[in-house]
Structure formats: structure tokens, C-alpha cells
Design a protein around this ligand. Structure first.
Ligand SMILES: [Fe+2]
Ligand SMILES: [Fe+2]
Length: 364
């Protein structure tokens, strides 16, 4: 935070803010355009070319600094700084040094408006600019750490999915297709966290890695005993995901993706809105894709048959609201092509799962 120097500094009439702060607020507020232009001019040419929107940010920063000097309120400065960091990172610009120089240039832009004897003002301005630089570095480090851990997370998740698909070739492409369908459904339903729907779809069957081969890969219909073993995969999946501290709602969707709207599903026999919403979305996407792809014990059926099976069980197995949203997607002309493309991506090579368009993480 800003240094609080002791000494014989003049305190303003309100007894709260140093008069030098109020003077700076007044100067920055009343000469905003001129200071903005001078600030931009004193930033190096290369920085100006690299950041065509720097003038907008500097202008916003001046306004935010007025609030700092008037009220000690740094929240707007933080917003401007975060915006600068994200905008520049998205263009792959080197953040470390050039912007620090640019921020410090503000000192020269304000100086012509200061009185000769206003050392306090100059020092306070410098303090504030250093605070901006400090906040900038913090924001940048935070962004870098966040995106590194996101990337690591993404790779771990993709490896988990590949582990499952390596064990059970019949599910190849199933995870990504369900992920895609769940994400689109969430989008149509106005779900804010569409990435969570994508992740839940991607990981919903991960617990199958814990099912023995003779049950998982058995040709033909499973026996009652084998069904009982197969039905443990949601709970195994949730157990696998908990240690990596995934979003709780994603783990919940994995645990409950075989619950039925009427309470006849498993593992807990939850019903209606008692089933987590993300799980209800995955339930429909999963069924649709399972019906249209071939399984160990049966051949695939057509998209029309799958649609009939889903709508026929609206309000019985499936959440009516989810079915309605889902139908908007699968009845759109390109839906099936897009699904096939997603599966193809997987078949072309496991590395393709990392392709950004199928990736679940926001990129900067
Ligand atoms: Fe499943
Ligand atoms: Fe599934």
C-alpha cells in the first residue's frame, strides 16, 4: 500500500486526507485530457504501437487515481490494472518491464501542473504510481499462476479421459461428445458455468476405470450381478475426482449422472430437482450419445430413434426442461455433423483432445 510518511504534512479540512492528495485529485480531474495526452506521449513509441488501446487505459487510470486521492479508494485502479494485464497477456506481449515504464511516465505528465513548492504532491504521486506497478505485478503473477495451474489441470483431466478410453475402446469419443452436448445444453438453458457442464460430460464415466475388465468389456448383456458392479462407476468416479479438488458441482454431476427424474435411478434414487442440475444435463446428453453409438452388448441406433427415446422419457427419466433445451440442439441442422467431428477429432489422435476448440478452459 502507499507509504504513510510521518512529518509535518498538511492535513486537509476534513482531517482525513492530506491536502496534497486533494490537490492531486483536483489537478488530475480538471486536466484529465491534457495529462492523458502527455502521459501517452511520454510512453515509448514501441509500447504505444504494441498497445493501441493504451490511451483508453491511461485515461481510465487517471480517473481511477482521482478516486484514490479523493477517497483512498483503490478499487477502480485495480479494475484498470487487471484489464491492462489481461488485454496485454491476450496479445502475448511482454508484461514485465514495458508497462512499468509506461506507468511511471505518469510522473512527467502531471509535473507541469504542479506548483514549484509542491514536493508532497510529487512524492504522493510517485507513491501512487509505484502502488500501481506493485498491483500490476501482483495481477500479472496471479494471472500467470492461474493459467499455469489451469493448464496443468487441463492436462490431468485429459489424461484421465485417455486412461478410460484406452481401457474401453467402445467409449472412444463418448466422453468428448457428451461433454460437447452437455455444454451446448447448458448454453441453451442459460447456465452460467458452461465450462462445468463440459467438464462434467468429459468426466462422467471416469469411474469405469475401477470396473474389472471381465465386467466392463464383456460381450453381450451383463448379468444382474455384473450390472450391480457397473452401477458403482458414478461413486468410483466421484472418489477419483475429489483429490484433485475439482469444482464440487462437477463431482456432484459425476456422482449423480444416472439418477432418474422419477427417482428410479442410481446410486441414491434422487428425484426431480433433488438431482443436481448439472447431473440432469449430463443424464440426457449421455443417454443420447449412448443410444446412437454401438456398445459391447448392442448395435447403435439412429438419431431419430435416440430423439424418440429421449422425448418419450421426458418427465420420467429426464428433466423436462433439459429435454426441451436438448431438442433445440439435436434438431438443429448441423448438430449431428458437429458430434461426428468431435468423435473424429479423438480418433485422429489423442493429442487432438487438447485442441483449444474442444478445450474447456478459458484462454487469455
Ligand atoms: Fe455412466
Ligand atoms: Fe456415459
Amino acid at each position: 500500500m502507499m507509504n504513510q510518511r510521518s512529518g509535518d504534512r498538511t492535513i486537509s479540512a476534513d482531517g482525513l486526507r492530506p491536502s496534497s492528495h486533494l490537490r492531486l485529485a483536483e489537478i488530475l480531474g480538471s486536466h484529465r485530457d491534457e495529462i492523458g495526452a502527455a502521459w501517452l506521449a511520454s510512453v515509448g513509441e514501441a509500447d504505444r504501437v504494441q498497445s493501441p488501446d493504451l490511451d483508453r487505459h491511461l485515461n481510465a487510470l487517471i480517473g481511477a487515481l482521482v478516486r484514490v486521492f479523493q477517497r483512498g479508494d483503490w478499487s477502480d485502479v485495480q479494475l484498470v490494472i487487471d484489464g491492462l494485464v489481461i488485454r496485454r497477456a491476450s496479445r502475448g506481449l511482454d508484461l514485465e518491464h514495458d508497462l512499468q515504464r509506461a506507468l511511471l511516465a505518469g510522473r512527467h505528465a502531471v509535473k507541469p501542473f504542479l506548483d514549484d513548492d509542491s514536493t508532497d504532491c510529487e512524492e504522493d504521486l510517485l507513491d501512487a504510481l509505484h502502488e500501481c506497478i506493485f498491483r500490476f505485478s501482483e495481477s500479472y503473477q496471479g494471472l500467470r499462476l492461474a493459467s499455469e495451474s489451469d493448464r496443468l489441470h487441463s492436462r490431468i483431466i485429459n489424461s484421465l479421459v485417455m486412461t478410460l478410453e484406452a481401457r474401453d475402446p467402445y467409449v472412444k469419443g463418448h466422453s468428448i461428445s457428451v461433454a460437447l452436448l452437455a455444454q451446448r445444453t447448458a448454453q441453451v438453458m442459460g447456465f452460467v458455468e458452461q465450462d462445468h457442464a463440459y467438464l462434467a460430460g468429459l468426466l462422467h464415466d471416469i469411474g469405469k476405470v475401477g470396473i474389472p475388465d471381465h465386467v466392463l468389456l464383456k460381450p453381450g448383456r451383463p448379468t444382474a450381478e455384473e450390472w450391480a458392479i457397473l452401477k458403482t462407476h458414478p461413486a468410483i468416479g466421484a472418489r477419483i475426482l475429489r483429490p484433485i479438488r475439482l469444482y464440487p458441482e462437477v463431482v456432484g454431476a459425476v456422482l449423480h449422472h444416472h439418477e432418474n427424474w422419477d427417482g428410479t435411478g442410481y446410486p441414491y434414487g434422487l428425484s426431480g430437482s433433488g438431482i443436481p442440475r448439472l447431473a440432469r444435463i449430463v443424464r440426457v446428453a449421455d443417454s443420447f450419445h449412448a443410444i446412437t453409438s454401438s456398445r459391447v452388448f448392442r448395435e447403435s441406433r439412429s438419431v431419430d430413434e435416440a430423439i424418440a427415446a429421449i422425448t418419450g422419457n421426458r418427465g420420467r427419466l429426464y428433466d423436462p426442461e433439459v429435454v426441451d433445451a436438448f431438442m433445440k440442439i439435436v434438431e438443429s441442422p448441423n448438430a449431428v455433423d458437429e458430434l461426428n467431428m468431435a468423435s473424429l477429432q479423438i480418433e485422429l489422435g489423442d493429442a487432438s483432445i487438447e485442441r483449444s476448440e474442444w478445450g474447456y478452459l478459458p484462454r487469455f
